[in-house]
Design a protein around this ligand. Structure first.
Ligand SMILES: Nc1nc2c(ncn2[C@@H]2O[C@H](COP(=O)(O)OP(=O)(O)OP(=O)(O)O)[C@@H](O)[C@H]2O)c(=O)[nH]1
Ligand SMILES: [Mg+2]
Length: 334
Protein backbone atom coordinates (compact mmCIF):
# COMPACT_ATOMS: atom_id res chain seq x y z
CA UNK A 1 0.00 0.00 0.00
CA UNK A 2 1.49 3.37 -0.94
CA UNK A 3 1.89 6.11 1.63
CA UNK A 4 -0.62 8.34 -0.11
CA UNK A 5 -3.27 5.64 0.13
CA UNK A 6 -2.40 4.87 3.75
CA UNK A 7 -3.04 8.47 4.73
CA UNK A 8 -6.54 8.47 3.31
CA UNK A 9 -9.49 7.78 5.62
CA UNK A 10 -10.60 4.16 5.62
CA UNK A 11 -13.71 4.89 3.53
CA UNK A 12 -11.62 6.33 0.72
CA UNK A 13 -9.58 3.15 0.37
CA UNK A 14 -12.69 1.02 0.30
CA UNK A 15 -12.01 -0.73 3.61
CA UNK A 16 -15.11 0.28 5.51
CA UNK A 17 -15.21 -1.41 8.86
CA UNK A 18 -16.64 1.18 11.19
CA UNK A 19 -19.98 2.93 11.53
CA UNK A 20 -18.40 6.34 11.24
CA UNK A 21 -17.11 5.48 7.76
CA UNK A 22 -20.61 4.82 6.42
CA UNK A 23 -21.85 8.42 5.93
CA UNK A 24 -18.70 9.29 4.01
CA UNK A 25 -19.00 6.24 1.81
CA UNK A 26 -22.63 7.06 1.01
CA UNK A 27 -21.66 10.67 0.32
CA UNK A 28 -19.03 9.50 -2.15
CA UNK A 29 -21.55 7.19 -3.82
CA UNK A 30 -23.93 10.20 -4.09
CA UNK A 31 -21.13 12.13 -5.77
CA UNK A 32 -20.88 9.35 -8.36
CA UNK A 33 -17.71 7.57 -7.23
CA UNK A 34 -18.00 4.09 -8.77
CA UNK A 35 -15.66 2.55 -6.18
CA UNK A 36 -17.92 3.71 -3.37
CA UNK A 37 -20.97 2.27 -5.15
CA UNK A 38 -19.18 -1.05 -5.70
CA UNK A 39 -18.09 -1.17 -2.08
CA UNK A 40 -21.62 -0.53 -0.80
CA UNK A 41 -23.07 -3.28 -2.99
CA UNK A 42 -20.43 -5.70 -1.74
CA UNK A 43 -21.37 -4.88 1.85
CA UNK A 44 -25.03 -5.49 0.96
CA UNK A 45 -24.22 -8.73 -0.83
CA UNK A 46 -22.27 -10.06 2.15
CA UNK A 47 -24.98 -9.13 4.62
CA UNK A 48 -22.45 -6.96 6.46
CA UNK A 49 -23.09 -5.87 10.04
CA UNK A 50 -23.02 -2.25 8.81
CA UNK A 51 -26.17 -2.82 6.70
CA UNK A 52 -28.58 -1.10 9.10
CA UNK A 53 -26.46 2.04 9.04
CA UNK A 54 -26.07 1.93 5.28
CA UNK A 55 -29.84 1.52 4.89
CA UNK A 56 -30.42 4.47 7.23
CA UNK A 57 -28.07 6.69 5.23
CA UNK A 58 -29.79 5.70 1.97
CA UNK A 59 -33.39 5.97 3.22
CA UNK A 60 -34.02 9.56 2.00
CA UNK A 61 -33.40 8.54 -1.61
CA UNK A 62 -36.02 5.77 -1.68
CA UNK A 63 -38.22 5.55 -4.74
CA UNK A 64 -36.17 7.92 -6.88
CA UNK A 65 -35.20 5.39 -9.52
CA UNK A 66 -37.42 3.58 -11.98
CA UNK A 67 -36.79 -0.13 -11.41
CA UNK A 68 -37.15 -2.38 -14.46
CA UNK A 69 -36.78 -6.15 -14.13
CA UNK A 70 -35.78 -8.41 -17.03
CA UNK A 71 -36.35 -12.10 -16.61
CA UNK A 72 -36.50 -15.17 -18.83
CA UNK A 73 -34.86 -18.52 -19.53
CA UNK A 74 -31.07 -18.85 -19.75
CA UNK A 75 -29.73 -17.56 -23.04
CA UNK A 76 -32.93 -15.86 -24.19
CA UNK A 77 -31.08 -12.56 -24.62
CA UNK A 78 -31.54 -10.70 -21.32
CA UNK A 79 -28.02 -9.30 -21.14
CA UNK A 80 -27.97 -8.35 -24.81
CA UNK A 81 -31.31 -6.55 -24.39
CA UNK A 82 -30.12 -4.89 -21.17
CA UNK A 83 -27.03 -3.66 -22.96
CA UNK A 84 -29.14 -2.15 -25.74
CA UNK A 85 -31.60 -0.61 -23.27
CA UNK A 86 -28.69 1.01 -21.44
CA UNK A 87 -27.63 2.56 -24.74
CA UNK A 88 -31.16 3.89 -25.36
CA UNK A 89 -31.47 5.26 -21.83
CA UNK A 90 -28.05 6.90 -21.99
CA UNK A 91 -29.09 8.59 -25.24
CA UNK A 92 -31.94 10.17 -23.26
CA UNK A 93 -29.42 11.38 -20.71
CA UNK A 94 -30.42 9.00 -17.90
CA UNK A 95 -27.99 7.62 -15.35
CA UNK A 96 -28.40 3.86 -15.39
CA UNK A 97 -27.66 1.08 -12.91
CA UNK A 98 -27.60 -2.58 -13.91
CA UNK A 99 -27.82 -5.50 -11.49
CA UNK A 100 -27.27 -8.93 -13.02
CA UNK A 101 -28.60 -11.17 -10.29
CA UNK A 102 -27.23 -14.67 -10.25
CA UNK A 103 -29.31 -16.97 -8.08
CA UNK A 104 -26.96 -19.95 -8.08
CA UNK A 105 -23.49 -18.61 -8.75
CA UNK A 106 -21.57 -21.92 -8.43
CA UNK A 107 -23.44 -23.31 -11.43
CA UNK A 108 -23.85 -20.31 -13.67
CA UNK A 109 -20.58 -18.53 -12.99
CA UNK A 110 -19.98 -18.51 -16.73
CA UNK A 111 -23.02 -16.37 -17.31
CA UNK A 112 -21.54 -13.56 -15.26
CA UNK A 113 -18.43 -13.56 -17.37
CA UNK A 114 -20.67 -13.50 -20.43
CA UNK A 115 -22.57 -10.52 -19.02
CA UNK A 116 -19.34 -8.62 -18.62
CA UNK A 117 -18.44 -9.24 -22.21
CA UNK A 118 -21.89 -8.33 -23.49
CA UNK A 119 -22.17 -5.20 -21.41
CA UNK A 120 -18.65 -3.92 -21.82
CA UNK A 121 -19.85 -1.35 -24.35
CA UNK A 122 -20.62 0.76 -21.29
CA UNK A 123 -17.59 -0.15 -19.18
CA UNK A 124 -16.00 3.29 -19.42
CA UNK A 125 -19.21 5.34 -19.25
CA UNK A 126 -19.37 7.16 -15.88
CA UNK A 127 -23.18 7.35 -16.17
CA UNK A 128 -23.55 3.56 -15.98
CA UNK A 129 -22.98 1.17 -13.08
CA UNK A 130 -22.99 -2.53 -13.92
CA UNK A 131 -22.82 -5.11 -11.22
CA UNK A 132 -23.27 -8.88 -11.03
CA UNK A 133 -24.59 -10.11 -7.71
CA UNK A 134 -24.89 -13.43 -5.96
CA UNK A 135 -26.56 -14.17 -2.66
CA UNK A 136 -23.41 -15.37 -0.86
CA UNK A 137 -23.73 -14.47 2.82
CA UNK A 138 -26.99 -12.58 2.87
CA UNK A 139 -29.44 -13.92 5.44
CA UNK A 140 -32.57 -13.54 3.38
CA UNK A 141 -30.88 -14.58 0.13
CA UNK A 142 -31.31 -12.62 -3.06
CA UNK A 143 -34.88 -11.63 -2.28
CA UNK A 144 -33.51 -9.59 0.63
CA UNK A 145 -30.21 -8.44 -0.89
CA UNK A 146 -31.50 -7.24 -4.26
CA UNK A 147 -33.74 -4.42 -2.98
CA UNK A 148 -30.87 -3.15 -0.81
CA UNK A 149 -28.59 -3.08 -3.85
CA UNK A 150 -31.31 -1.20 -5.75
CA UNK A 151 -31.32 1.32 -2.89
CA UNK A 152 -27.58 1.78 -3.27
CA UNK A 153 -27.98 2.54 -6.99
CA UNK A 154 -30.88 4.89 -6.23
CA UNK A 155 -28.70 6.65 -3.69
CA UNK A 156 -25.98 6.92 -6.32
CA UNK A 157 -28.36 8.95 -8.47
CA UNK A 158 -29.43 6.34 -11.03
CA UNK A 159 -32.62 7.37 -12.81
CA UNK A 160 -33.25 3.83 -13.97
CA UNK A 161 -32.12 0.52 -12.47
CA UNK A 162 -32.30 -2.58 -14.68
CA UNK A 163 -32.36 -5.88 -12.80
CA UNK A 164 -31.58 -9.02 -14.82
CA UNK A 165 -32.61 -12.38 -13.30
CA UNK A 166 -32.81 -15.83 -14.80
CA UNK A 167 -36.45 -16.80 -14.65
CA UNK A 168 -36.37 -20.41 -13.59
CA UNK A 169 -37.83 -20.66 -10.12
CA UNK A 170 -39.89 -19.05 -7.40
CA UNK A 171 -36.97 -17.09 -5.93
CA UNK A 172 -36.32 -15.45 -9.27
CA UNK A 173 -39.99 -14.66 -9.70
CA UNK A 174 -39.80 -12.95 -6.32
CA UNK A 175 -36.80 -10.91 -7.35
CA UNK A 176 -38.43 -9.98 -10.64
CA UNK A 177 -41.58 -8.87 -8.85
CA UNK A 178 -39.52 -6.31 -6.94
CA UNK A 179 -39.50 -4.14 -10.05
CA UNK A 180 -41.89 -1.34 -11.00
CA UNK A 181 -42.06 -2.84 -14.48
CA UNK A 182 -41.18 -6.44 -15.30
CA UNK A 183 -40.16 -7.57 -18.77
CA UNK A 184 -40.43 -11.28 -19.49
CA UNK A 185 -38.23 -12.33 -22.41
CA UNK A 186 -39.12 -15.29 -24.57
CA UNK A 187 -37.65 -16.68 -27.76
CA UNK A 188 -39.30 -18.57 -30.60
CA UNK A 189 -39.28 -22.33 -30.42
CA UNK A 190 -38.06 -22.71 -26.87
CA UNK A 191 -41.38 -23.88 -25.46
CA UNK A 192 -40.92 -20.77 -23.35
CA UNK A 193 -44.52 -19.68 -23.35
CA UNK A 194 -45.61 -22.86 -21.60
CA UNK A 195 -42.64 -22.70 -19.23
CA UNK A 196 -43.58 -19.16 -18.34
CA UNK A 197 -47.03 -20.21 -17.26
CA UNK A 198 -45.61 -23.02 -15.15
CA UNK A 199 -43.14 -20.82 -13.32
CA UNK A 200 -45.79 -18.24 -12.52
CA UNK A 201 -43.95 -15.73 -14.68
CA UNK A 202 -47.04 -14.88 -16.66
CA UNK A 203 -48.62 -13.15 -13.67
CA UNK A 204 -45.65 -10.85 -13.13
CA UNK A 205 -45.12 -9.84 -16.78
CA UNK A 206 -45.97 -6.24 -17.64
CA UNK A 207 -44.27 -6.50 -21.01
CA UNK A 208 -43.49 -9.64 -23.01
CA UNK A 209 -40.46 -9.32 -25.23
CA UNK A 210 -40.23 -11.95 -27.95
CA UNK A 211 -36.52 -11.73 -28.64
CA UNK A 212 -34.60 -13.53 -31.39
CA UNK A 213 -37.36 -12.46 -33.75
CA UNK A 214 -34.89 -13.23 -36.54
CA UNK A 215 -35.65 -16.90 -35.93
CA UNK A 216 -38.39 -19.15 -37.29
CA UNK A 217 -41.57 -19.48 -35.29
CA UNK A 218 -41.73 -15.94 -34.00
CA UNK A 219 -45.31 -15.43 -35.20
CA UNK A 220 -46.46 -18.60 -33.43
CA UNK A 221 -44.81 -17.51 -30.18
CA UNK A 222 -46.42 -14.08 -30.35
CA UNK A 223 -49.79 -15.72 -31.05
CA UNK A 224 -49.34 -18.07 -28.05
CA UNK A 225 -48.64 -15.20 -25.69
CA UNK A 226 -51.46 -13.08 -27.02
CA UNK A 227 -53.75 -16.07 -26.55
CA UNK A 228 -52.65 -16.40 -22.93
CA UNK A 229 -53.11 -12.70 -22.29
CA UNK A 230 -56.60 -12.86 -23.76
CA UNK A 231 -57.49 -15.68 -21.37
CA UNK A 232 -56.38 -13.71 -18.32
CA UNK A 233 -59.12 -12.13 -16.23
CA UNK A 234 -58.74 -8.38 -16.33
CA UNK A 235 -61.03 -5.73 -14.94
CA UNK A 236 -61.53 -2.31 -16.51
CA UNK A 237 -58.56 -0.01 -15.96
CA UNK A 238 -56.22 -2.94 -15.40
CA UNK A 239 -52.95 -3.16 -17.28
CA UNK A 240 -52.95 -5.36 -20.33
CA UNK A 241 -49.45 -6.80 -20.88
CA UNK A 242 -47.79 -5.55 -24.06
CA UNK A 243 -46.08 -7.85 -26.52
CA UNK A 244 -43.00 -6.55 -28.31
CA UNK A 245 -40.64 -8.22 -30.80
CA UNK A 246 -36.92 -7.66 -30.82
CA UNK A 247 -33.64 -8.77 -32.29
CA UNK A 248 -31.47 -7.55 -29.46
CA UNK A 249 -28.29 -8.83 -31.07
CA UNK A 250 -28.88 -6.30 -33.89
CA UNK A 251 -30.36 -3.59 -31.68
CA UNK A 252 -33.76 -3.96 -33.35
CA UNK A 253 -36.99 -3.41 -31.44
CA UNK A 254 -35.26 -1.69 -28.54
CA UNK A 255 -37.19 1.55 -29.09
CA UNK A 256 -40.42 -0.46 -28.97
CA UNK A 257 -39.34 -2.03 -25.66
CA UNK A 258 -38.48 1.41 -24.28
CA UNK A 259 -41.86 2.72 -25.45
CA UNK A 260 -43.68 -0.18 -23.75
CA UNK A 261 -41.79 0.54 -20.51
CA UNK A 262 -42.77 4.22 -20.76
CA UNK A 263 -46.38 3.33 -21.39
CA UNK A 264 -46.44 1.04 -18.37
CA UNK A 265 -44.77 3.71 -16.27
CA UNK A 266 -47.49 6.16 -17.26
CA UNK A 267 -50.19 3.66 -16.32
CA UNK A 268 -48.52 2.98 -12.94
CA UNK A 269 -48.46 6.65 -12.08
CA UNK A 270 -51.96 7.34 -13.37
CA UNK A 271 -53.51 4.52 -11.33
CA UNK A 272 -51.59 5.03 -8.10
CA UNK A 273 -50.06 1.63 -8.75
CA UNK A 274 -46.48 2.89 -8.57
CA UNK A 275 -46.84 3.79 -4.91
CA UNK A 276 -48.71 0.55 -4.27
CA UNK A 277 -45.86 -1.46 -5.76
CA UNK A 278 -43.27 0.53 -3.83
CA UNK A 279 -45.16 -0.17 -0.63
CA UNK A 280 -45.51 -3.86 -1.46
CA UNK A 281 -41.76 -3.93 -2.08
CA UNK A 282 -41.07 -2.22 1.24
CA UNK A 283 -43.37 -4.67 3.04
CA UNK A 284 -41.49 -7.61 1.53
CA UNK A 285 -38.18 -6.04 2.54
CA UNK A 286 -39.26 -5.43 6.13
CA UNK A 287 -40.63 -8.95 6.38
CA UNK A 288 -37.46 -10.51 4.95
CA UNK A 289 -35.29 -8.55 7.37
CA UNK A 290 -37.48 -9.34 10.37
CA UNK A 291 -37.60 -13.03 9.47
CA UNK A 292 -33.82 -13.04 9.10
CA UNK A 293 -33.47 -11.58 12.59
CA UNK A 294 -35.94 -14.10 13.98
CA UNK A 295 -34.13 -17.00 12.35
CA UNK A 296 -30.83 -15.81 13.78
CA UNK A 297 -32.36 -15.47 17.25
CA UNK A 298 -33.90 -18.94 17.07
CA UNK A 299 -30.50 -20.27 16.04
CA UNK A 300 -28.83 -18.74 19.06
CA UNK A 301 -31.42 -19.77 21.66
CA UNK A 302 -29.53 -21.51 24.45
CA UNK A 303 -26.43 -21.40 22.25
CA UNK A 304 -28.27 -23.11 19.45
CA UNK A 305 -29.35 -26.19 21.40
CA UNK A 306 -33.00 -25.28 21.97
CA UNK A 307 -34.14 -26.05 18.45
CA UNK A 308 -32.28 -29.38 18.31
CA UNK A 309 -33.63 -30.44 21.73
CA UNK A 310 -37.19 -29.71 20.59
CA UNK A 311 -36.53 -31.40 17.25
CA UNK A 312 -35.38 -34.57 18.99
CA UNK A 313 -38.58 -34.67 21.04
CA UNK A 314 -40.74 -34.14 17.96
CA UNK A 315 -38.84 -36.85 16.08
CA UNK A 316 -39.37 -39.40 18.86
CA UNK A 317 -43.07 -38.56 19.10
CA UNK A 318 -42.94 -36.99 22.55
CA UNK A 319 -44.07 -33.59 21.29
CA UNK A 320 -45.99 -32.30 18.28
CA UNK A 321 -44.36 -29.70 16.02
CA UNK A 322 -46.99 -27.01 16.74
CA UNK A 323 -46.43 -27.26 20.48
CA UNK A 324 -42.68 -27.21 19.85
CA UNK A 325 -43.01 -24.04 17.75
CA UNK A 326 -45.07 -22.42 20.52
CA UNK A 327 -42.34 -23.27 23.03
CA UNK A 328 -39.74 -21.74 20.74
CA UNK A 329 -41.74 -18.54 20.21
CA UNK A 330 -42.45 -18.24 23.93
CA UNK A 331 -38.74 -18.43 24.64
CA UNK A 332 -38.01 -15.74 22.02
CA UNK A 333 -40.51 -13.42 23.64
CA UNK A 334 -38.86 -13.85 27.03
N1 LIG B 1 -30.23 -14.84 -33.19
C1 LIG B 1 -30.25 -14.03 -32.16
N2 LIG B 1 -29.39 -14.21 -31.15
C2 LIG B 1 -29.44 -13.37 -30.10
C3 LIG B 1 -30.38 -12.32 -30.04
N3 LIG B 1 -30.22 -11.67 -28.87
C4 LIG B 1 -29.20 -12.31 -28.22
N4 LIG B 1 -28.73 -13.32 -28.96
C5 LIG B 1 -27.64 -14.25 -28.62
O1 LIG B 1 -28.06 -15.16 -27.63
C6 LIG B 1 -26.99 -15.51 -26.78
C7 LIG B 1 -27.38 -15.30 -25.33
O2 LIG B 1 -27.59 -13.92 -25.10
P1 LIG B 1 -27.56 -13.26 -23.64
O3 LIG B 1 -27.92 -11.84 -23.81
O4 LIG B 1 -26.31 -13.58 -22.94
O5 LIG B 1 -28.73 -14.06 -22.94
P2 LIG B 1 -29.11 -14.07 -21.38
O6 LIG B 1 -30.57 -14.27 -21.34
O7 LIG B 1 -28.57 -12.86 -20.71
O8 LIG B 1 -28.34 -15.36 -20.87
P3 LIG B 1 -28.06 -15.80 -19.33
O9 LIG B 1 -27.69 -14.57 -18.56
O10 LIG B 1 -26.95 -16.78 -19.44
O11 LIG B 1 -29.33 -16.43 -18.85
C8 LIG B 1 -25.81 -14.65 -27.22
O12 LIG B 1 -24.98 -15.42 -28.03
C9 LIG B 1 -26.47 -13.53 -27.99
O13 LIG B 1 -25.61 -12.98 -28.97
C10 LIG B 1 -31.28 -12.14 -31.12
O14 LIG B 1 -32.15 -11.26 -31.15
N5 LIG B 1 -31.17 -13.03 -32.14
MG1 LIG C 1 -27.32 -12.72 -18.95
Amino acid sequence: MSEAVENLPAAATGSVRRSRDVPMLVERARAGDPRAVARLITLVENGDALLPEIAAALAPYAGQAQVVGLTGSPGVGKSTTTNELVRALRARGHRVGVLAVDPSSPFTGGAILGDRVRMQDHATDPGVYIRSMSSRGHLGGLAAATPQAVRVLEGAGCDVVLVETVGVGQAEVEVASLADTTLVLLAPGMGDAIQAVKAGILEIADVFVVNKADRDGVDATVRDIQGMIALGERGPGQWRPQVVRSVAARGEGIDDIAAAIDKHRGWLVEHGELRRRQEARAAAEIEAIALGVLRARIGSLRDGTELSTLAARVAEGALDPYAAADTLLAQLAR
